[in-house]
Design a binder for this molecule. Structure first.
Ligand SMILES: Cc1ncc(COP(=O)(O)O)c(C=O)c1O
Length: 399
């Protein structure tokens, strides 16, 4: 396999990722975003017009779009309300002769029930791709997320386990897929100078001006600017209107991202440790309030990129939080976050996935990132206490 000329930073970044995951750097491929890495994997697998790809009905539009860009059809499977991941018991009923792959997402940093999924895939001769956009640093039965299935991708976008602003990493242990991904990595375009300058600028702004006080303003401003393509958004405006591939979609990872990635990877152990510690504090708070904590199956190590909670009236909960400058997340507000209209453009039929639809109407997330400390957790505890009547005690109360 001929390896594309890459500058020192991309190569060094690949080596660091390889070391962390315990795999060969030749099996790692770098792209502009996680969704581009997924698109490359689907292409390498040979996904084409008419094929079907199974994925959870509780995901992000960025995962669905690459399937449709290749003229294949996303087939949504309902989730397990305990894990927010694909319910393996509901996969087989959605398999048809056209099914080619299953996308197993690590929602909020919790690996899907992979052994069960791999068993089904073997029976029907399907590829399994781990969607590790939320799962870098987590483990499934002692193995690092991303190293278990045929292929996997990670996202290094702003609020992912470690961030390079934007970024996507594809990995595979299959030689034939690695060869094809290598060709795609060679073929995809280098980001423009404008892309690189803008990304560098945004990384600077995030580092120096983003904090829990500026959260709501920054989030709303960033999403608004992205929607109208006035900034380098994680989703360009057109990606949210219909699944039509943006013209400059096929791009690789830039030096800006690789440099940032090398720096961030040095901290990954601490970042994951911190999130898990903050999650422990939240679990203790929920226990006091008689609210069931998130389920932690024995097969996986949850890294809590987000800490989920189910509320009765999300609109009021968010309004109050914004007023009091309490940072809360909104993953996922719809089965295809953040799409709430025209879901049929993404081949989604409302009413098909009862659990995912219910949960996406009521979920919020508590933050676990590195700026959240004990005093901020106390602030959140106080907020939750005052709004306890608006919180479900468990998913069973909602369903
Ligand atoms: C579950 C999931 N998969 C994939 C992606 C795509 O990642 P990226 O934004 O790097 O394209 C996201 C983005 O937030 C996500 O939440």
């Amino acid at each position: 396999m001929t390896i594309k000329f890459q500058n020192t930073y991309q190569r060094a970044f690949k080596l660091k990722i390889a070391e962390y995951l315990g795999i060969n750097a030749k099996n790692i491929f770098l792209f502009w975003k996680g969704r581009v890495a997924l698109y490359a994997i689907l292409k390498a697998i040979g996904i084409k017009k008419g094929d079907e790809v199974i994925l959870p009905a509780f995901t992000c539009v960025a995962t669905v779009n690459p399937i449709i860009y290749l003229s294949a059809k996303p087939i949504y499977v309902d989730i397990d309300p305990k894990t927010y991941n694909l319910d393996p018991n509901k996969i087989e009923e959605k398999i048809t002769p056209k099914t080619k792959a299953i996308l197993a997402q690590n929602t909020f940093g919790l690996s899907a029930d992979l052994e069960h999924i791999l068993e089904i895939a073997k029976k029907y001769d399907l590829f399994v791709i781990e969607d590790c956009a939320h799962g870098f640093g987590g483990f499934y039965k002692g193995k690092p997320n991303g190293t278990i299935a045929d292929a996997a991708f990670f996202s290094t976008q702003w609020n992912k386990p470690f961030s390079t602003g934007l970024g996507g990493i594809a990995v595979t242990k299959r030689k034939e897929l690695a060869e094809k991904l290598n060709v795609l990595e060679n073929d995809f375009a280098e980001p423009s100078l404008k892309d690189k300058i803008t990304l560098n600028f945004l990384i600077f702004i995030k580092k120096h001006f983003f904090n829990t006080n500026t959260y709501w303003f920054a989030l709303k401003t960033y999403r608004w600017l992205s929607k109208y393509n006035l900034i380098l958004g994680s989703s360009q405006g057109e990606e949210l209107e219909a699944p039509v591939k943006p013209e400059d979609f096929e791009k690789v990872f830039s030096t800006v991202q690789a440099r940032k990635g090398i720096e961030e990877l040095k901290k990954i152990g601490d970042l994951v440790f911190h999130r898990k510690n903050i999650a422990e504090l939240y679990k203790a708070i929920l226990k006091k309030f008689g609210i069931e904590p998130p389920h932690e199956p024995i097969y996986a190590e949850h890294t809590y990129l987000k800490f989920p909670l189910l509320v009765k009236n999300r609109y009021f909960f968010f309004k109050k939080a914004e007023k009091e400058k309490i940072e809360l997340g909104d993953w996922f507000i719809s089965p295809i976050h953040p799409i709430t209209e025209n879901l049929q453009y993404w081949h989604y039929k409302w009413g098909e996935n009862f659990i995912a639809e219910k949960i996406s109407g009521h979920i919020i997330n508590l933050p676990t990132h590195s700026q959240i400390d004990q005093s901020y957790v106390h602030k959140i505890e106080d907020f939750l206490r005052r709004n306890q009547s608006n919180i479900y005690s468990s998913y069973r109360e909602l369903l």
